[in-house]
Write a protein that binds this ligand. Structure first.
Ligand code: NAP
Length: 266
């Protein structure tokens, strides 16, 4: 950590955020860090905002493997990706310099839609019918046809994404030390004609999940990678695996994932 001195600060461009960015830049330079304007020249990437800003910071900087990411909260509360309060930054920098921090690694998804280049998700990949009609997906695990799903859509979440959209549909909260991903349904039709599992299920990181869309006219779904929508229109097949990339973040000791879950939800 001590050799990492080049910091890129990702934030919104409104006046208040830019003011905070300036304050932070000055504070870092006091301690020997250099703030850079181009993320490519950094080895620490900091987001200012909430979890949404952290997701964007990771995406816009290309899920860098050679950088450490840190989320700084400006919302007044700490959140799942934001471990540090803006007003306590000086304490955080001193802790960093005293090596009182640890590095944690978050699994991410690799998603390939038809023959397009892969993209990555830190929270989840979601796919939903684009019209007020159900759509049909064949769900294939490795080479096994597992089920045919009919309903609104599906959420494929990472362990850290398990507390986000996935949790709102009663998916399980998953420890990010487990390399795995979770599949949760959005309003499946279950009857004597249509049947899918109904509950969320968790796949090992060694597995491959394929979603094949029935080509019945409703094959132009809404798809999102975290908080960004995907502009691909017509889709036949989506291939999802756990990436061998990891997002590395800094954490203070005594601030585990489960402490964060407790702090946020209990
Ligand atoms: P948003 O719709 O403005 O906010 C969604 C909320 O989820 C925010 O409070 C956000 O925290 C929080 N959040 C984001 N990632 C989280 C995580 N890993 N664990 C717990 N909470 C998390 O969108 P956004 O802020 O850009 O976040 C995008 C995420 O929203 C998506 O990746 C998806 O997971 C989630 N989402 C949830 C639903 C739902 O629950 N029905 C629907 C669509 C999307 P901050 O306020 O700190 O940013």
């Amino acid at each position: 950590m001590s050799e990492r001195t080049h910091i890129y600060i990702y934030t919104k461009h409104d006046e208040k955020s830019l003011e905070k960015k300036m304050i932070l830049t000055e504070m870092f330079s006091k301690y020997g860090f250099t703030a850079v304007d181009d993320a490519q020249n950094s080895n620490i990437i900091i987001s200012l905002g909430g979890d949404g800003a952290f997701l964007q910071a990771v995406r816009k900087t290309g899920f860098r493997q050679d950088c450490l990411y840190a989320g700084i909260s400006t919302t007044g509360t700490l959140s799942m990706y934001c471990d540090f309060y803006f007003h306590e930054m000086e304490t955080m920098i001193q802790a960093v310099l005293r090596s009182e921090i640890e590095i944690r690694r978050y699994p991410i998804l690799q998603v390939i839609v038809d023959n397009n280049p892969p993209f990555y998700c830190l929270n989840e990949f979601s796919i939903r019918s684009n019209i007020i009609k159900t759509f049909v997906l064949d769900v294939v695990i490795d080479n096994l046809h597992f089920e045919t799903f009919r309903g609104d859509g599906m959420i494929i979440s990472t362990p850290t994404g398990s507390t986000a959209y996935n949790k709102s549909v009663n998916g399980a909260v998953v420890d990010p030390l487990l390399p795995c991903f979770q599949v949760s349904e959005l309003a499946s039709v279950n009857s004597n004609t249509y049947r899918s599992l109904g509950s969320s299920f968790i796949l090992s990181g060694q597995r491959q999940l394929t979603l094949r869309l029935k080509q019945d006219g409703n094959d132009f779904p809404t798809m999102a990678m975290d908080n960004e929508s995907l502009s691909i229109k017509h889709v036949e097949s989506v291939n999802i695996t756990l990436s061998d990339r990891l997002v590395k973040t800094v954490k203070l000791k005594n601030n585990s994932f489960w402490e964060k879950v407790k702090r946020t939800y209990l």
